[in-house]
Each structure stands twice: as C-alpha cells, then as structure tokens.
Unconditional design. Structure first.
Length: 451
C-alpha cells in the first residue's frame, strides 16, 4: 500500500507499488494540466468561432511569445518542487519550511519582473516574427492585457508546485477545474454579450488565473502541515535560493530559449499568410494537448525520483523512471492513432474556413506520430532533474530544439520552402533530442554520481 495522508492528499512515494504511485500522481496532474491548457485554448476557440480568422491567428501566434517569458519562471517552480520534494522525502521539516518561504517570496518578485518583461518585449517579438499587418493590432492588445495580469498564473503554478512536491495533486486540480470553467463563462460573456472581442478573452483569462492563485494560497496559509506557508516568516534564504536555482535556472532557461526558438518557427509560418498561421495555431493547440500526458508523467517521475533520492533509494528511483517511460509511450501511441484519424474534426472545432482546415489537418497528420520520440526526452529529463541534474537536459534540449532546429529551418527553406518542410522542424528536433538524452541516460553512469 502506498502512503497517503488522508487530510492533505500528500503522497509518500518511497514505498509501495511504483505503477500505482505514478498513475495516482500523474492522473490528477494530467487533468490539472489539461484544464490549465484550456485557458488559452478556450480563448482560441471563442475568437475563432465568434471573432474571425485574423483573431484566431493573432491569439495563436502569441503562444510562443507568452511561453518565452513565463517558461523561465515555470522552470524555477520545477527547481523549487525538486528541493521541497527532497526535504519532504527526508522528513526535514526545518529545511522544508525554509524552502517553502523562499519559493513564495521569489514568486511574488517574479510576478513583477514577468509583467515588466512581457509588456516591454512583446512589441519587439511580434515585429521579429514578421506578424502580418492584419494580425498585429489584435495580437498586441491580447499580449498587453495578458502580461498585465500574469502574476496570478505564476502564483498558482508555484503554489501548485509546492503541493505536488509533497504528492498532493488533488487540490490544485480542483482549483484549476473551477477557474477553467469560470474562464469559459467569462470568455463567452465578454465576447458575445459585451462585444469586447480579443480583449475580452484576455480579461477572462487573467481574472480566472487570479482566482486559482488565491485558492492555492489559501490552502498553503491555512494548513498546519509541515509545508504550510506563514506570512510573517516569508524570506529569501540564500542557501535555499541557491539550491532552487541550481535546478530551476537551467530548466527555466532551457524552456524559455526553446520557446524563443519556436518564435523563429512561427516567423517562417507567418510568411505563408494568415490562413496558414491559423491552421498552425490549431495544430499547436492540439499538439500541446498531446504533450500533456508526457509532461504529467515527466513531473511524476521528477517527484518520484526526488523523494526516493531523498530516502537514499537509487534503485527504486531508476525503476520508477523506466516505468514512467513505458506508461508514457503506451499513452502517446494510442493518442496519436485517435488524433490522426480525427484530425479534420478536431481542427474544425477552432475554425471551419477550408484553408484553415487544410493546413491544420496537414500539420497534425504530418507530426503526430513523431511525438513518440519525445517520450524519452520528457521522462528521462524529468528523472535527471529529480536527482538535481538540470544542466544536462538544458544543454541537450538547447542543442536540439534551438541550434539544430534553426540550422534545419535555415537550410531547408533555402532548398524547399513550403509549410510541409517548415512543420517538420518540430519532429526533427524531437528525434535529435531523444537520441542524445537516451545516450546520456544509458551510458553516463548518472546513478553512480549521486551523493
């Protein structure tokens, strides 16, 4: 039997069935990631059906810009989760408390920085992507409003990372489900009833995110468990900050630069016009849903490995990593089959313009089965972060997703500049990254380097 604290939902992953622990942790996390993904997806669904193709292209084209800014801070939350999970597994209450206080203090500061960076850099990044004139004004409005309220998203993500680090995925999921449905209602209210257009979906998103942030903060401040947050104790402990950044900074930098590299991909797509942009937006939204099981299992592997490393059980940590990989590959294969068959139907949910349907279906069927290669990258990178090695996944992903992908795009567009060849830049990066990650995991002897 795996151990769950009935009052809090926290899970001790240092004993019990590995498969049951991973699934019980990953499923609520998957649902949580699913509802979080619904925020921007609902925005696209609403503008695509009630505003128009240009609005759909505008919101969709902002995804990589948003991720370029916020993914760095999300990476820091992963680092915080690793450290908190390790002290929780080691039952070190004093250091656990310091880690929680430092994490949330860092989050409040990050919210201010993220807003400033987002508002300042968005116009430059839109121009850098060669955003067409018929899309640029609406994309600018959406980004300005979104980044003005991005603190809610950061606080929710960091607070949820604390809860997930101790194995509690249930309550973050409940809060996210509530705020996601709230976002849907506000989207429809602001766009259909108030006729606010693209600004309406942006306002709905930030209001919903603030509600989820308040809920997770309420749990952390009211709990009497050892991971609770006490306002009067809030501080940035230099030792804890260093430990968090050792894992979080490389992870955040890698995710941020990878997202920025996708801005390059978007710039190539933009050259084919707004219909192709809209089709690409549909593909990327559906593609992000495909990746959710991978991301959830990767986070499950990180927490599982981190807790077991804290408990000095390297063998069990490695077993958990391999089990997570097998589960991920099985889920992704089944998902890819369904998506390939029903690609036109899925794209039509966003927009029914024939050109948009053509491009969206093309991109989905071209790339979906290549997602299997990303299982190795996601799970083994999660494992390495769980032992505190965030630098290696960062280097591998930067080499694959940034350097290799940009070389590929530059060369292929000189020879065959079509939407097909540009779209294949994603799978090309996944294949190289999975190969390098697998070679490191198998032959570096990482398990012998753990102290």
């Amino acid at each position: 039997m795996f151990q769950i604290k009935a009052k809090t939902g926290a899970v001790d992953m240092t004993s019990g069935s590995i498969i049951r622990l991973l699934i019980s942790f990953a499923v609520p996390l998957l649902l949580g990631n699913l509802f979080q993904q619904l925020y921007n997806t609902v925005d696209i669904l609403v503008v695509g059906n009630f505003v128009g193709t240009q609005a759909l292209a505008a919101v969709g084209s902002t995804t990589n810009i948003i991720n370029t800014i916020i993914m760095f801070f999300n990476g820091v939350s992963i680092g915080a989760g690793v450290i908190i999970s390790r002290y929780y597994g080691a039952h070190d209450d004093e250091k656990l408390h310091l880690a929680v206080e430092t994490t949330l203090a860092l989050t409040f500061i990050s919210g201010v920085l993220c807003t400033a960076l987002g508002v300042y850099l968005s116009p430059f990044l839109l121009r850098f992507m060669a955003t067409p004139d018929d899309v640029l004004p609406e994309a600018s409005v959406y980004l300005r409003i979104y980044f003005s309220g991005v603190s809610g998203l950061l606080i929710y993500n960091m607070g949820s990372a604390i809860l997930r680090a101790v194995g509690d995925t249930r309550r973050p999921l409940m809060f996210l489900v509530f705020s996601s449905f709230l976002n849907i209602c506000l989207d429809l209210l602001f766009v259909i009833s108030f006729q606010l257009g693209i600004a309406g979906v942006a306002y709905a998103t930030i209001l919903s995110q603030f509600i989820s942030a308040l809920l997770v903060l309420l749990i952390l401040t009211r709990t009497r468990e050892n991971y609770g947050f006490v306002w009067k104790d809030i501080c940035i402990n230099q030792t804890m900050l260093k430990q968090i950044l050792i894992v979080g900074f490389p992870t955040g930098l890698q995710q941020s630069i990878t997202s920025f590299s996708n801005v390059y991909v978007q710039s190539y797509i933009n050259s084919f016009g707004s219909s192709c942009m809209a089709g690409w937006s549909c593909y990327t939204k559906i593609d992000q849903f495909i990746f959710l099981p991978l991301q959830s299992m990767s986070q499950a592997a990180t927490t599982f490995v981190s807790q077991n490393i804290g408990a000095k059980n390297v063998k069990r940590a490695k077993q958990g990593s391999n089990t997570a990989l097998a589960l991920s590959a099985s889920i992704i294969f089944c998902s890819a089959c369904v998506i390939w068959l029903f690609a036109p139907v899925m794209v039509s949910l966003f927009n029914k313009d024939p050109e948009v349907l053509y491009y969206g279906t093309l991109f989905l069927r071209l790339c979906v089965f290549f997602t299997l290669t990303a299982c190795i990258t996601q799970v083994y990178a999660g494992t390495l972060r769980g032992i505190g090695d965030a630098k290696t996944p960062m280097v591998i992903m930067l080499l694959s997703y940034v350097i290799f992908r940009q070389i590929y795009l530059y060369l292929i567009t000189k020879v065959i500049n079509t939407p097909y060849t540009v779209a294949l830049g994603y799978p090309a990066g996944w294949i190289v990254c999975s190969l390098l990650t697998w070679l490191y995991y198998k032959f570096s002897g990482w398990e012998k380097k753990i102290h």
